[in-house]
Design a protein around this ligand. Structure first.
Ligand code: NAP
Length: 274
């Protein structure tokens, strides 16, 4: 397992299990399957409604807490200084944990809310209740506002990133500012069939003797982007983690780069209506 080092020295496993749209029962089973397969990183959020089930799976796995990397997120309606703290404590309680490894603001919801919420995150971090903090669905101008007004540069930026929306310039900005980029919807989420039908991905799948999802995950690893594929299917959970025995060569990295269409499947952060 490859880990990346965040700017505070904390390590983050480069592959984690996504759990959006996983029901409580599915999330419980998926997390146990993933931990058995070697995953040590799980991504959830208050809004997914599965924090309690995930907490139970973590407990039942008997894996020492310090070996795990657990992320959860602040939902939009909970943004604000006091409400963020309350929401965080609720997430922690549902997860049954004493701390999380990463707490993210889920979406940008305006500059004032962003700064108020982020200040609460900084305090939770200073109290040791979360070992890293960050934002999700933030563009450069939203992050700049945090950097200009807050004490701690976000450790992580979680954004939609896949072969059709590659975010190279955003990653350059993150690298310049010591922010670790993390890809959500790495398999194109509900549009996965588009990726599976892509001739370049099919060609690379044959060449490397790996499935197309494995190529898509490894391409992000080879860009040093943290990646959190979601599955509730045992065979896929296992296969999506079987990506550490090969590397995509430079020529093929460039071929995949050529697939970028700037195609966004999720809303632009400046235009979120929820
Ligand atoms: N911060 C945010 O706003 C945000 C937004 C979206 C997602 N996320 C996070 O990122 C994670 C990943 O994104 P996502 O869930 O939207 O999409 P994704 O991981 O790109 O794709 C998930 C879909 O691909 C299928 N799948 C997974 N592995 C497969 C394989 N090897 N072969 C064929 N199909 C496969 C899954 O089906 P099955 O489950 O049926 O196997 C599911 O339908 C989420 O779960 C969540 O944790 C964050």
């Amino acid at each position: 397992m490859i880990q990346v080092k965040l700017h505070n020295g904390k390590f983050m496993p480069i592959v984690g299990l996504g759990t959006w749209k996983s029901s409580k029962e599915d999330a419980y089973r998926a997390v146990l399957t993933a931990l058995k397969a070697g995953y040590r990183h799980i991504d959830t959020a208050m809004i997914y409604g599965n924090e309690e089930a995930i907490g139970q799976a973590i407990k039942d796995s008997n894996i020492p807490r310090k070996e795990l990397f657990i992320t959860t997120k602040l939902w939009n309606t909970d943004q604000g200084y006091e409400t963020t703290k309350q929401a965080f404590k609720k997430s922690l309680q549902l997860l049954g944990l004493e701390y999380v490894d990463l707490y993210l603001i889920h979406w940008f919801k305006g500059y004032e809310k962003s700064l108020d919420s982020y200040r609460a995150l900084e305090e939770l971090y200073e109290e040791g209740l979360t070992k890293a903090i960050g934002v999700s669905n933030y563009n450069v101008h939203h992050i700049m506002n945090i950097i200009e007004n807050c004490k701690i540069i976000p450790h992580v930026l979680q954004v939609e990133t896949h072969i059709a929306l590659q975010n190279h310039f955003l990653q350059d900005y993150c690298i310049e500012n010591n922010i670790q980029m993390e890809a959500y919807a790495p398999l194109m989420s509900s549009h996965i069939t588009e990726m599976l039908a892509n001739p370049v991905m099919q060609e690379l799948s044959k060449k490397y003797h790996k499935t197309i999802p494995q190529i898509a995950i490894r391409w992000l690893i080879d860009r040093n982007v943290v990646v959190i594929p979601k599955s509730v299917t045992e065979s896929r959970i296992i296969a999506n983690f079987d990506v550490f025995d090969f590397q995509i060569d430079q020529k093929d990295m460039e071929k995949i780069k050529g697939l970028n269409q700037g195609k966004k499947l999720f809303p632009e952060p400046d235009n979120v209506i929820y």
